[in-house]
Design a protein around this ligand. Structure first.
Ligand code: H79
Length: 611
């Protein structure tokens, strides 16, 4: 409901916001937390305990279902207004009549989250299309004006009724507001410009709407998830400092994500800080080794769209999703998994199935997720590990075994301390594990031959001290093969890139004599077939590499794959590896300067020896 002029309304509300910028922030204008590290930890405590949340993308875009005229969208269906290039007027006229929320949709969201074991829910109050679910005094483009219902209130009340924490997503872009960013550098419908637009009127509107959703009329807000900044549109262009003050004044305990800024590498280096918010937000990827010293949350999709599209039919399997949850938590992050409800707010059967499967796994293994921290291993060949303090200086590791060993025996590579106790979560109480130091780690014996759960079975092992772990070496997986990841390498004269959204983690910018060295622990000297994932382009003459370990050496050539993002698996022949702790060196022998060449996972598979 629109009640008063934009500017009058805004001045009025700003009158309530008396917090001054702390002197500490002067000269460091992007560092917005002036509290002590301990106070920040306290504010973040529930969120770090929670580890698993549910994201919900639902708005007018949901009713387009990934179709506009004859165009179809399987990716980012919530972007349909911009990607189908529809003017705000036509979009509004087309979409508003389709928006017919079911009476009880919100309680269905809440019970799905609860059943899956999520502890918080972040839902789109307003996505880039500009349509708000709350009753806004700033516009008539909101749910109350269109449906007569305050849908924001319905969602918040449903979440609270299930004991879930409440997170609100609010877009910084707005494809409906006549003064919002448009044209060069802005993410908006194409063909628009800033001519006749007054950005300050839009930032007033943005601040006023953020005030409405945080000022207490909808109770406490646990997380504010702002999205997103890019290039010229970030930081003070949104009047970020003032906005953060307004929010913190309204909700002192709130957590705010980092997207009022783009957080480029340069910005992080300039400010001496890695982030400009309470937590960092990798999107649709899990950093290979976590993000050191920072709280972070990977937000992820079930398929490749956030908003519902009937064309996005390829879903990750429940096992993949459980692995991704464990992966994020094992690296110290949270996992925020999205649902894109149907036009009326109800949830499609595939999504229900995925969340029920996760819930079933969490019923058995929740203790290995909630309140845990990153495990002490860089990488494990059969799964992941999380860690927890258990009082009196005691320590517990949860070993999340993805590939269950059929022989009842599991090597925990690099572990130097023998556990005092071990048990399989959800297993029979009578099982006793034998645990001893062997093969460069601790070997667990007497495991059941069948896993408790196909996706991951967890073994909890306890210590009366912090367990010690040897420097990292890549060990063979259950089937005897090695997977060498880019993050495992020490790289010289080439560049390691962690993965980003839709981009593989890789080593690129190879020069002649550049090297990547992998520390391996080989139990059995034998011949291994080598396969390397490569993306290469513009290779004129030849790009040659040599793999070596001790005396053994193997050369191979790389040819163009048809593009710098076109990944192919290259057969690089076989190599005889000696046993013991060894270094496998990948060296670039020759390469053209103009070549684009990226290497990702190297797989070594034992070659069956001929009798
Ligand atoms: O709300 C979800 C997304 O809509 C939003 N953030 C999550 C949480 C977001 N997705 N992508 N981005 C922000 C970055 C922009 C990506 C783009 Fe594109 C690539 C814009 C245009 C090309 C993806 C593909 C979106 C439209 C097409």
């Amino acid at each position: 409901m629109k009640r008063m002029g934009l500017i009058a309304g805004f001045c009025l509300l700003m009158g309530f916001s008396g917090v001054q910028v702390n002197a500490q922030t002067e000269g460091q204008e992007y560092i917005l937390n002036t509290e002590s590290a301990a106070d920040k930890q306290e504010r973040m405590a529930w969120w770090k305990e929670a580890r698993f949340g549910m994201f919900v993308h639902w708005g007018l875009y949901s009713s387009a279902e990934g179709e506009w005229g004859d165009k179809t969208f399987t990716r980012a269906a919530e972007w349909i207004q911009r990607n189908a290039n529809v003017s705000a007027d036509v979009y509004q006229e087309t979409m508003l009549p389709k928006f017919k929320p079911a009476p009880d949709f919100a309680s269905k969201w809440a019970s799905l989250a609860k059943q899956a074991g999520a502890k918080y829910v972040v839902f789109t109050n307003k996505h880039h299309e500009g349509f708000a679910l709350h009753d806004s005094t700033q516009t008539e483009y909101d749910a109350k004006d269109v449906t007569g219902r305050d849908l924001h209130k319905e969602v918040v009340e449903a979440l609270r009724a299930e004991g879930l924490r409440v997170g609100v997503y609010h877009s910084l872009w707005d494809w409906h507001h006549p003064d919002a960013p448009a044209g060069k550098g802005a993410m908006n419908v194409s063909g628009l410009t800033m001519e006749g637009r007054d950005l300050s009127r839009y930032t007033n509107y943005l601040h006023a709407q953020v005030n409405e959703i945080t000022d207490g009329r909808y109770g406490d807000v646990d997380v504010l998830w702002l999205d997103y900044s890019k290039g010229p549109y970030q930081g003070e262009v949104w009047r970020a400092k003032q906005l953060v003050e307004l929010i913190r004044n309204n909700q002192p305990q709130i957590l705010i994500n980092n997207r009022l800024w783009q957080n480029t590498k340069e910005q992080r280096e300039d400010s001496g800080k890695y982030w400009f918010g309470d937590f960092s937000t990798p999107e649709q990827h899990i950093p290979a080794t976590g993000i050191e010293g920072i709280d972070w949350e990977t937000c992820d999709t079930l398929n490749i769209t956030w908003g519902w599209s009937k064309h996005a039919v390829e879903f990750k399997t429940s096992t993949e999703l459980i692995h991704r949850l464990i992966d994020a938590v094992s690296k110290g992050g949270n996992y925020l998994l999205n649902i894109g409800p149907l036009p009326d707010g109800s949830i499609d059967p595939k999504t229900v199935e995925r969340f029920s499967d996760i819930g079933e796994w969490m019923q058995i293994n929740g203790d290995a997720i909630y309140g845990t921290q990153a495990g002490p291993f860089s990488r494990l060949p059969w799964g992941r590990a999380t860690a927890k303090e258990i009082g009196d200086g005691g320590h517990r590791l949860y070993l999340h075994v993805f590939d269950w060993p059929a022989n009842g025996e599991l090597l925990v590579p690099g572990l130097q301390t023998i556990p005092t106790h071990g048990s399989v979560m959800g297993g029979k109480a009578a099982e006793t594990l034998r645990m001893s130091k062997a093969r460069g780690g601790v070997v667990l014996e007497g495991l059941p031959t069948q896993p408790v759960h196909d996706a991951a079975t967890v073994i909890a092992i306890d210590f009366d001290q912090v367990p010690s772990v040897a420097p990292y070496r890549v060990h063979a997986a259950t089937d005897g093969s090695f997977d060498l990841e880019p993050a495992d390498a020490t790289v010289k004269d080439a560049i390691y890139h962690d993965h980003e959204m839709h981009r593989r983690s890789c080593i690129d910018s190879w020069k002649a004599n550049a090297e990547a060295q992998f520390p391996l622990q080989v139990e059995k000297s034998q011949s291994y077939a080598v396969q390397i994932e490569v993306a290469a382009d513009k290779i004129k003459d030849n790009a040659t590499f040599a793999l070596s370990a001790g005396e053994a050496q193997r050369s191979f050539e790389v040819k163009s794959t048809g593009g710098g993002e076109v990944w192919k698996t290259l057969d690089a022949g076989s190599i005889e590896l000696p046993s013991g702790p060894i270094t496998l060196t990948l060296r670039c022998a020759t390469i053209d300067e103009a070549s684009i060449l990226k290497l990702a996972t190297i797989t070594l598979k034992p070659v069956a020896s001929t009798p």
